[in-house]
Each structure stands twice: as structure tokens, then as C-alpha cells.
Unconditional design. Structure first.
Length: 68
């Protein structure tokens, strides 16, 4: 259980907003929600613009490493 009683009004409002956001349980759930889809698109755009990484095809003998 969370206790917000010691927070200032500003932080209280911020914490309540954060605690009301539900996280998708899977990629499928996220891709079906327009807000999450938009967030993913923005993140991919930023990663490409900053040349942080590139998207490549994974060979059949390799396995992905999960992350969150």
C-alpha cells in the first residue's frame, strides 16, 4: 500500500497521476493502445535520429534477449 500523506500537494498530484497509469502486460496489449503505440513510435524515432542503434533481422539460430 502506498502512503501519500507526507507529500506536498504538487508531488501528491504527480504521484496519483503515475499510480493511475496501467502498464500493458505484453507487446500485443501495448500495440493495441493508441497512447502506448504513440510512445513507442516516438521512442523509435528518437533512437533512429540519434543513431543509437539500428534495426536488423535476427538469424534463425539466435534468440532475443528480453528487456523492459
Amino acid at each position: 500500500m502506498l502512503c501519500f500523506s507526507y507529500l506536498s500537494l504538487t508531488y501528491f498530484s504527480f504521484a496519483i497521476t503515475l499510480s493511475s497509469i496501467s502498464l500493458p502486460k505484453s507487446y500485443r496489449d501495448a500495440i493495441l493502445d493508441p497512447r502506448w503505440r504513440s510512445a513507442m513510435d516516438e521512442e523509435m524515432t528518437a533512437l533512429h535520429a540519434n543513431e543509437t542503434w539500428e534495426l536488423i533481422f535476427l538469424s534463425l539460430e539466435k534468440q532475443t534477449v528480453g528487456c523492459q
